[in-house]
Design a protein around this ligand. Structure first.
Ligand code: SF4
Length: 396
C-alpha cells in the first residue's frame, strides 16, 4: 500500500497544533471541515487508517520541512534595528512591547511592510484623542527651521512644559513625551496620563497611568496585560532618569543623536514658544532658547513644583473603545527585575541576537486572527513537532 504525497498532510498537522493540543473542544468548529473530508477521502481510497497514512507519508515530511525552512529563512537572521530603526537612532517604547504579542508576526509585518491598523485600533485612537482634549487643550506648533535637527526634540520639551504647567494648575496632564536610556539603548515614549496625588505630608506624588481600549468587557489575556505593564515600567524608568539624573545621560543623548545642545533655536522658534506658553516669563524662555537650555528649564520646574516623585504603583485603565467608559483598573508595582528581563529579550529580537519567537503553546488563539498564519514558519515548525510526536507515539 502506498500513499501519494499531498500538501494536505502538512496543513492538517498545522491545524492539529492549533486545535488539538491546546484548544478547548468548542474550538472544533473552527477546524477546516473541507480539509478533514479531503483527508478522509484519501484514506478511504487507499484503505489505510489515519495513522498509517501519517506514518507512510515520509515524503510529506521532507516537503514540509523544506517549505518551512525556505519560508523561515526569508524572515530570520535580519537585524531589524539596522533595517528599520537605525536612521532615527532610537526605539520607541511601543517597539519594546509590541513584539511580545508574537515576535514572528511582528517581524512579518515589518519585513513585508504591512501596516497593521485594525478598525479596533482606529476606535482606540479616537478615544485617546477625546481623553487628551479633556485635559490638554491643543496647541498649534510647527517646525520653524527644517534644517535644525535640534528642533523636533525642542518641540517635545515645549510639550513637557505644557504638561508640567497643567499638572500644577489642574493636577492632570495627558500625552507627556519622555525619553532617555535603558542600559545603552535610547528609548522614546509618550506617557498617557500623569496625575498629582498628595501625600500625607502634603508633598506632591505623581501617579502614572496608561489607557487601553477594548471592544469587549472581558479581561485581557496575560500577554496583553504584560505588554501594558512593561510599557508603564519603561515610562517610569525614563521619567525618573530624565528629571533626576539628567547629568548622567543628557550629554550621551546629544552625542548619540549628533545634536548641539547649545545651538540657539532661533527667533521664530522663540516667538512660537512665547506665544504658546503665556504663563512662562518670555525672558525666561529667551534665556533658555537652546535644546539644553529648555531641558534645564523643564528640569528646574519639576523641582520648583515638586513634580519629581513618582508613585511605584502603576495603573492600566481598560476602557470601552466606543463609549470610553472604564471597564477595569489594573494596578501593579514597578518591578525592575521583570523590566530588565524583557528588555534583554527585546534587545535580542531587534539586534538579531535571537530568532523571533512565535506564540507559545497555550496562546495559539492568537493565530486564528493572524493574517500571516497561512505561511507562518513558526507554525510550520510546530506542526512538524506535533507530527513527529504523534509518529513516535504510534510507532515507538
Ligand atoms: S500564525 Fe501565530 S505564531 Fe504565526 S505569526 Fe501569526 S500569531 Fe504568530
Amino acid at each position: 500500500m502506498t500513499a501519494s504525497p499531498s500538501p494536505i498532510g502538512f496543513n492538517f498537522f498545522r491545524r492539529r497544533y492549533l486545535m488539538d493540543e491546546h484548544q478547548s473542544s468548542s474550538d472544533y468548529e473552527e477546524f477546516d471541515i473541507e480539509e478533514l473530508e479531503q483527508l478522509s477521502t484519501i484514506i478511504n481510497e487507499q484503505s489505510c487508517t489515519t495513522e498509517e497514512y501519517y506514518y507512510l507519508n515520509d515524503s510529506l515530511e521532507d516537503e514540509a520541512l523544506s517549505t518551512a525552512e525556505q519560508n523561515k529563512q526569508n524572515y530570520v537572521n535580519k537585524n531589524l534595528y539596522e533595517m528599520f530603526r537605525s536612521d532615527r537612532g532610537y526605539l520607541k517604547v511601543t517597539d519594546m512591547v509590541a513584539p511580545l504579542w508574537c515576535g514572528v508576526q511582528h517581524s512579518y509585518a515589518l519585513l513585508d511592510r504591512v501596516e497593521r491598523k485594525t478598525p479596533a485600533m482606529e476606535k482606540g485612537t479616537i478615544i485617546h484623542l477625546k481623553l487628551e482634549l479633556e485635559t490638554t487643550p491643543p496647541k498649534e506648533r510647527v517646525r520653524t527651521d527644517e534644517t535644525l535637527a535640534e528642533e523636533p526634540w525642542a518641540l517635545h520639551i515645549l510639550l513637557q512644559l505644557d504638561g508640567l504647567l497643567l499638572l500644577t494648575k489642574n493636577g492632570i496632564t495627558r500625552e507627556f513625551p519622555i525619553w532617555g536610556f535603558y542600559k545603552d539603548s535610547l528609548l522614546f515614549g509618550i506617557i498617557d496620563e500623569l496625575t498629582v496625588l498628595k501625600t500625607e505630608k502634603d508633598d506632591n506624588l505623581l501617579s502614572m497611568k496608561d489607557n487601553k481600549t477594548r471592544g469587549t468587557i472581558t479581561i485581557p489575556s496575560q500577554s496583553q496585560i504584560l505588554g501594558s505593564e512593561l510599557q508603564l515600567m519603561y515610562y517610569y524608568h525614563l521619567f525618573q532618569e530624565y528629571f533626576q539624573n539628567a547629568d548622567s545621560w543628557w550629554d550621551s543623548f546629544l552625542k548619540q543623536q549628533d545634536l548641539d545642545g547649545k545651538k540657539n533655536l532661533g527667533q521664530n522658534f522663540l516667538k512660537q514658544a512665547i506665544e504658546t506658553l503665556p504663563s512662562i516669563d518670555p525672558k525666561e524662555l529667551e534665556a533658555h532658547n537652546t535644546l539644553s537650555g529648555l531641558h534645564a528649564l523643564a528640569t528646574r520646574l519639576t523641582k520648583d513644583f515638586q513634580l519629581r516623585s513618582l508613585s511605584p504603583k502603576l495603573t492600566v485603565t481598560y476602557r470601552h473603545n466606543i463609549s470610553g467608559d472604564v471597564i477595569r483598573n489594573h494596578i501593579f508595582d514597578m518591578n525592575s527585575t521583570i523590566l530588565n528581563h524583557y528588555f534583554h529579550e527585546m534587545f535580542a529580537y531587534w539586534h538579531n541576537e535571537a530568532e523571533p519567537k512565535g506564540v507559545p503553546e497555550n496562546e495559539t488563539f492568537k493565530c486564528k486572527y493572524c493574517e500571516f498564519s497561512e505561511r507562518c514558519w513558526w507554525l510550520n515548525e510546530k506542526a512538524i513537532e506535533v507530527w513527529n510526536r504523534k509518529r513516535k507515539r504510534l510507532y515507538p
